[in-house]
Design a protein around this ligand. Structure first.
Ligand SMILES: [Zn+2]
Length: 363
């Protein structure tokens, strides 16, 4: 499939670290003075597909762990996934990574669809999946036999949600796109300018057959409302990252809804820092740290210079987000100049770590 959307970054290179004894279940103390090391972190939305010699050292340096989020993507005649790669990586680094499975609506017309997907998910939960990802192919890409785009509130999916509720497995939902996808992209400073230039297939403005932003968002909201016992972690700030007020309205309305930040810090930085800070403080128990960072090639296929660049890219970008969240420094994210939020150690501890532990039942 040509339309992969991931940020393709990889990790390696030597990074010194003093202590490799970090365990998944150690908890940082929110009362100790704040520093990069003192706040434990979980990147709840990552795509590290391949091992690197120095992956452990990198995560150790950042006092960080990560959830490896699989995505099921519709290809011409099949569905492509990275699940097996993620399983391998998690097995190599069980103290760093957790797994997230995925679900797509291909074959939804088959009367056995739900049953088959449930039996697959059962196996993958058994193999370690802590969460299940649904992607924007619900709503924007995959159609059923009647030719309709399958929306996430489709009743044929209901048995799957019911099953996940019984397992206490949350769904991470990347439904829809930022609202800018439905608008012309004239401004190179738009935080999504590069993405839609690279992936015009998701620039809905150019594809009038794709349902409207409002249609997809109302299906998403209706789905959350209809499944109050299903924990739903809305990826990418719920595709409403341009306006924290819109996210706040949903969080107020839906107690089972959470949001994570992957690839949307640019949109946050484009808004007034005081308002964004107030949003993080008010919803400090409902916001999780995620990035969309990862890698997409075997270490043996990347030159040593490439590997060096990958690790520097990761280090620079995780640093930038840390600066934005924890200081009042000036910061520029995806062409948006802003002032950092200077969140308290307590709020940082929840957003970076504790909310993910609680939501995914990590131990
Ligand atoms: Zn992602």
């Amino acid at each position: 499939m040509k339309n992969l959307i991931y940020l393709l970054i990889t990790v390696t290179s030597l990074i010194s670290c003093n202590n490799q004894t970090e365990q998944k279940n150690s908890v940082s103390n929110p009362n100790e003075p704040m520093s990069l090391q003192s706040i434990k972190k979980i990147d709840v939305h990552s795509h590290f597909r391949y091992d690197r010699d120095d992956l452990s050292a990198f995560f150790e340096k950042w006092n960080m762990q990560a959830v490896l989020v699989d995505v099921a993507i519709e290809e011409d005649e099949s569905v492509s996934r990275s699940w097996d790669k993620y399983i391998d990586l998690e097995k190599s680094h069980p103290s760093i990574f957790w797994l997230c499975s995925s679900l797509i609506g291909v074959n939804i017309d088959d009367p056995n669809f739900a049953e088959q997907e449930i039996s697959r998910l059962k196996k993958e939960i058994n193999d370690g999946a802590k969460m299940v990802k649904v992607w924007k192919n619900f709503g924007m890409v995959t159609k059923d036999m009647s030719g309709q785009f399958i929306q996430i509130d489709d009743s044929r999916l209901k048995p799957i949600w019911d099953f996940l509720k019984t397992q206490n497995i949350p769904v991470i939902a990347h439904i829809g796109e930022p609202v800018q996808a439905w608008r012309p992209l004239d401004d190179p400073n738009n935080p999504h300018y590069n993405y839609y230039n690279l992936h015009p297939e998701y620039h809905a403005f150019k594809h009038p057959e794709i349902p409207s932003y409002e249609t997809i968002m109302s299906a998403r909201d209706y789905w959350i409302e209809q499944n109050p016992d299903l924990i739903i972690l809305c990826a990418h700030m719920g595709s409403m990252s341009h306006d924290v007020q819109m996210i706040a309205e949903r969080l107020d309305k839906f107690p089972n809804m959470y949001v994570e930040s992957a690839a949307r810090f640019g949109d946050l930085a484009g808004q007034d820092s005081k308002q964004v800070k107030a949003f993080f403080e008010r919803y400090q128990d409902r916001i999780l740290f995620g990035t969309d960072y990862g890698n997409n090639s075997l270490q043996s296929d990347v030159t040593s210079e490439g590997l060096q660049n990958e690790i520097e890219y990761l280090d620079t970008n995780y640093s930038r987000l840390w600066t934005y969240l924890s200081t009042t420094d000036s910061v520029e994210i995806r062409n948006q100049k802003s002032i950092g939020l200077a969140l308290s150690a307590d709020v940082l501890h929840k957003v970076y770590y504790q909310n993910a532990v609680d939501l995914l039942g990590l131990d």
